[in-house]
Design a protein around this ligand. Structure first.
Ligand SMILES: [Zn+2]
Length: 267
């Protein structure tokens, strides 16, 4: 009679140990793939939004989408319509993108009085603002969070309503980027008001103020291409001194002789 061959306990444990080792080798790779997938999705969102920004200029005498009204410094273009307004009837860019979503700003989020949580289809998949909302706002109130910030140079009196055709190096000048939840612009100053949610384990905006830390952030450039770039190459005034303010990245169209003399491409 033939004896049945059986695994001993030791053999079984060895097999389990080998599987565990293989899994531990595979998991970091999966994490990386997931990072890459959210990055690709985010860049895709920015490119898509870029088409809306491009069409706005086409329809408005080649002007860039305004940062705010040059007359009263409010978030509109004089008609009560903001660039980040997510409504297809009142937004400046939303109508070109058929952005039909309750409450959420373009690329942002909305928590309603009746506790619905709505994300713009263009919201960055690497960001999770729910914890921020829960710790900063009481239930029963409308909360609007921004996901995008426009280059604040467009708020300078001299740079407002600049024409797209006048931008000197469109492929290297930032149009919109990923900004703080409570701010609708990004700029060159110490924290740059830019957040770096990609490949970076922090959901807290403030932690992103490190001038040379980890993380990547997506930008739409003025030639309408989008790129997810590491924090270390985005010019900011803490690390790069005044150069940051006069890099092509932020100063898309130097107009005064002072600006031109300081114009400095370091990034
Ligand atoms: Zn993103």
């Amino acid at each position: 009679m033939m004896q049945k061959k059986r695994f001993t306990l030791i053999e079984l444990l060895v097999v389990i140990a080998i599987i565990a080792i293989l899994a531990s080798m595979l998991l970091p790779a999966l994490g990386k793939a997931r990072h890459k997938a959210t990055e690709i999705k985010c860049v895709g969102n920015f490119s898509q939004m870029g088409k809306g920004f491009m069409m706005y200029s086409d329809d408005n005498d080649d002007q860039l989408v305004p940062y705010w009204n040059s007359v009263n410094n409010s978030w509109d273009n004089g008609n009560g319509r903001g660039w980040f307004d997510g409504s297809v009837t009142t937004g400046l860019v939303a109508p070109y993108l058929n952005h039909v979503v309750r409450g959420a700003t373009l690329g942002g989020w909305y928590r309603s009085w009746d506790n619905a949580f709505i994300a713009s289809p263009f919201a960055c998949p690497a960001r999770k603002p729910l914890g921020y909302i829960l710790s900063n706002y009481e239930v029963g109130k409308n909360v609007y969070l921004h996901g995008l910030g426009i280059n604040s140079r467009m708020g300078d009196t001299t740079h407002r309503k600049q024409k797209l055709g006048a931008v000197k190096k469109p492929a290297r000048s930032a149009y919109i980027g990923e900004g703080l939840y409570n701010s609708a612009y990004v700029n060159w100053s110490s924290g740059s008001r830019v957040v770096y949610p990609h490949e970076y384990n922090s959901e807290f905006d403030q932690a992103s103020f490190l001038s040379n830390g980890p993380g990547k952030s997506t930008f739409l450039f003025m030639d309408f291409h989008a790129e997810c770039m590491p924090r270390t190459i985005v010019p900011n005034s803490t690390r790069d001194n005044y150069h940051a303010a006069y890099a092509t990245f932020w100063l898309f169209n130097p107009l005064s002789s002072t600006e031109l003399s300081l114009f400095h491409d370091k990034w």
